[in-house]
Design a protein around this ligand. Structure first.
Ligand code: NAP
Length: 321
């Protein structure tokens, strides 16, 4: 359903709609009145990107599949990457904080005149490429192909594109990793892990990702590059879980069980049509998934925080009534 406000916005921009905008010059990127287009702005990372853009005085045009409102400075348009609403002409920069494969398809087909694209992908493009799970391998393949499409399309158009690959994202209680661990720990009063879950992880805070995304703006060094964006600390999976549980009150116990028991549980869950991918997740808990942050530090001034979760960071935000 399209709300009145979204319809008004769409109509306003339809007047400016151009199927093939001229490329917006680099100088426009520095003008605060040139709108910035954000896909996935309602997500945990997109929200952090939008906040930073607004703090920098930028006008944001955000696309969502749902009707949304506020904050001031954001104009919401209703639509998706597969069926986008009419978009404003004169957009200098596009941020993609939603699914990269959908974005790549849209970007390759839509020919927006933006001079710069900053798109979030995932380190899963590497870590899941050789997974034992066919769905995970397919995901890795789609991510790699999408990265290639975005970079190649931008280069052909004389635009700049940068792909950012976060590791395991957390920070505002909206992630499907640490917040899920906290929720299960709260519910059970304990949290099960297989022994040997010592693979290194680098959880990364959403706001550090947003800072890196904005550091790409007008930055010629970042053009055509793919950056890994890991968190500021490498720690064993077990320790990562222990820190999450330690910030809950009352604190759930961490219970380590024989890995064979976990494999059996994963198999039973799969047979019951649930827990798809669980086996691959358990296998990976013993494997180091670490990424070099030096290129991002050097080119983007990336300086991610160490992993110090608080209750709020792993607690889902309250829904407004
Ligand atoms: N979460 C992680 O641990 C993690 C790790 C590595 C990389 N990443 C990547 O980082 C980016 C942001 O992740 P996130 O966790 O912030 O994602 P998220 O919270 O799941 O949000 C994704 C957003 O994408 C939008 N979206 C989904 N399908 C869409 C479509 N067909 N057309 C237009 N918009 C669509 C949704 O907006 P509406 O619902 O408003 O339409 C949603 O707000 C993604 O590219 C993700 O793959 C995430």
């Amino acid at each position: 359903m399209v709300t009145r406000r979204a319809a008004v916005n769409s109509a306003r921009y339809a007047a400016n709609f151009a199927t093939r905008d001229p490329i917006v010059p680099l100088s426009a990127l520095l003008e605060t009145d040139a709108p910035v287009l954000v896909f996935g702005a309602s997500g945990q990372v997109g929200d952090a990107v939008v906040r930073r853009l607004l703090e920098g005085g930028r006008q944001v045009v955000a696309v969502s599949r749902e009707a949304r409102d506020g904050p001031a400075g954001v104009t919401w348009l209703q639509g998706s990457l597969d069926a986008p609403p009419p978009l404003p002409a004169g957009v200098g920069v596009v941020f993609s904080c939603g699914p990269l494969d959908n974005f790549a398809r849209w970007y390759a087909g839509a020919a927006p005149g933006a001079h710069q694209v900053v798109a979030f992908g995932s380190t899963s493009a590497e870590t899941k490429a050789a997974s034992g799970d066919a769905d995970e391998r397919a995901l890795a393949g789609r991510l790699l192909q999408a990265e290639h499409t975005v970079l190649e399309t931008a280069a052909r158009r004389g635009a700049s594109a940068t792909v950012l690959r976060p590791t395991l994202v957390y920070g505002v209680g909206r992630d499907a990793n640490l917040t899920r661990i906290a929720s299960l720990g709260r519910r059970l009063g304990w949290f099960p892990l297989p022994r040997g879950a010592t693979g290194l992880r680098q959880p990364v805070h959403v706001d550090d990702l947003a800072a890196a995304a904005l550091a790409c703006l007008g930055n010629p060094v970042a053009a055509g590059k793919v950056y890994a964006l890991p968190g500021g600390e490498r720690l064993p999976y077990r320790e990562m879980v222990a820190r999450v549980l330690a910030c809950l009150e009352p604190q759930p116990r961490l219970v380590e069980l024989p890995p064979a028991l976990f494999r059996l549980t994963a198999r039973a869950a799969r047979l019951a049509g649930r827990g798809a991918g669980l086996a691959a997740v358990v296998e990976r808990m013993g494997v180091d998934l670490v990424f070099d942050d030096v290129p991002a530090r050097r080119d983007l001034g990336y300086d991610p925080r160490r992993f110090s979760p608080t209750t709020a960071m792993v607690t889902p935000p309250r829904r407004e009534a």
